[in-house]
Design a protein around this ligand. Structure first.
Ligand code: COA
Length: 200
């Protein structure tokens, strides 16, 4: 897998180019502005309140520790989308990574979400993650379609598991993609060569 061929330019359906790159601490302020500009309707079911300075502090700490990998998508120099892989280095889910993905409303439907998702999946595989999950609620139709296109399937549905920002309970859908077979194939191909990966 030639995972981290970033930054790269991808061509959107409207003919514009989007630059995808790994987020660094220097992107923090622009990322916070991106999330603060997001309408409440889009933040309704986000796991965290991404509009606060506290969120940014935690996010940057995770970037620096490697517990988060973030890819930003810029069109015309402005952040229009972001994908994050969250992982942990300890405990029974250390082989699992969770993807969170958001594209600005005005930039949707042009292929940016799918390209960001594709790159973050590659980054997850490169980081040695065996199983990738994405959490969503029933109404996130575009998210379902995007992840299905990348080989994810609905693995579980947890009734009433999400409380949205208005306090309404919603069912949580867990989409998953077991990519361990990719590592197995690479290991058989490469024999003794073992890059860094989650210890199982
Ligand atoms: C999910 C999301 C990131 C998709 O971003 P996007 O840039 O619009 O996605 P793309 O243009 O790359 O489309 C990807 C696929 O989803 C489909 N899709 C996009 N919007 C859709 C919609 N409203 N209804 C049905 N399918 C849709 C596209 O048709 C495309 O499939 P195709 O190539 O077969 O046509 C974006 O809608 C978003 O930010 N949603 C809110 C947050 C969210 O749901 N995040 C995911 C949970 S972690």
């Amino acid at each position: 897998m030639d995972a981290l061929d970033l930054p790269c330019i991808v061509h959107l359906k409207n003919g514009k180019g989007a630059t995808l790159s790994l987020a660094t601490a220097g992107d923090g302020t622009a990322l916070l502005s991106f999330y603060r500009a997001m309408p409440e309707e889009d933040r309704l079911v986000l796991k965290e309140d991404v509009t606060t300075a506290d969120w940014l502090d935690r996010f940057l700490q995770k970037l620096s520790s490697g517990e988060a990998i973030s890819i930003i998508g810029k069109v015309g120099g402005e952040i229009r989308g972001e994908a994050t892989l969250h992982r942990t280095f300890h405990g029974w889910s250390r082989h699992v990574g969770e993807i969170r993905l958001n594209v600005d409303r005005a930039a949707r439907g042009q292929g940016l979400g799918l390209e960001l998702a594709r790159q973050i999946v590659k980054s997850a595989i490169d980081a040695g993650i065996d199983k990738i999950v994405a959490h969503m609620v029933e109404s996130q139709v575009a998210a379902k379609r995007t992840f299905e296109k990348l080989g994810f399937h609905k693995e579980a549905e947890l009734p009433g598991h999400v409380t949205d920002i208005h306090g309404k309970r919603r069912d949580l859908l867990i989409y998953a993609n077991d990519v361990s077979h990719i590592w197995s194939a690479m290991e058989s191909m490469l024999g003794d060569f073992r890059p860094d990966r989650a210890t199982r």
